[in-house]
Design a protein around this ligand. Structure first.
Ligand code: URA
Length: 208
């Protein structure tokens, strides 16, 4: 889980510039297994400062790993970006918990390990500090746990944001979950519309 002290430590070391931070992420070699299988490390991208930040899991094998941009080039990204556009959100920052595509021995996507998540933790904290989003949408359980902590249940459809890690957090299903048919696109669209209504109505401010 991201803590304020970690954020302040990281922000100083990245000299408060998103470009410096992104360059550090691209050059990262902390996880030997990921360095071996990735095409590239993928920093967050979008507006800084941002109204809303979206945090996914890790760059997709056919998306960010190839394009260098989170949620770009694959079906999850296409769905996410369509939803963002359709609800009229313009000032968004999109990133991931882990910056390299994790693959198993057969080359298939796998979940990142706890140590891989820990190695990327400071990057996410620094990005949030720089983007200063009014709302952080956690796409899926792993992003939620990373920012909200394990003790808070992942409950997409909640009526209000949760404040944790100095951020206003909003749980949502990962777009891949919708693509796999586990949740309907109609319900996903409704969830996005509800989240955007809160953002547009200005019912969120900066966490105290
Ligand atoms: N692409 C990303 O950038 N993140 C995901 O979690 C899935 C696809």
């Amino acid at each position: 889980m991201v803590h304020a002290s970690a954020r302040h430590f990281q922000i100083r070391s990245y000299k408060t510039s998103i470009d410096n931070l992104s360059a550090s992420i691209r050059a990262c070699v902390r996880c030997a297994a990921l360095v071996k299988c990735r095409s590239q490390a993928v920093p967050g991208a979008g507006a800084v400062p941002a109204e809303v930040a979206f945090v996914g899991l890790a760059p997709g094998r056919f998306g960010g790993d190839r394009t260098g941009v989170p949620f770009e080039g694959d079906r999850s990204g296409e769905l996410l970006r369509r939803m963002i556009r359709d609800v009229g959100l313009r000032s968004v920052f999109i990133t991931n918990v882990v910056r390299c595509n994790p693959r198993d021995a057969r080359g298939r996507n796998r979940d990142p390990s706890a140590s891989e998540i820990a190695n990327c933790r400071g990057y996410l904290a620094a990005e949030m500090e720089l983007a200063r989003p009014r709302l952080v949408v956690c796409l899926g359980r792993i992003a939620w746990r990373e920012l909200a902590g394990r003790e808070r249940p992942f409950t997409p459809g909640a009526a209000n944001p949760t404040i944790a890690s100095g951020l206003r957090l909003w749980p949502m299903y990962h777009p891949g979950y919708v693509i796999r048919g586990a949740y309907s696109e109609k319900s996903y669209r409704r969830d996005f519309a509800r989240m955007a209504r809160i953002v547009h109505a200005g019912r969120i401010g900066t966490p105290d």
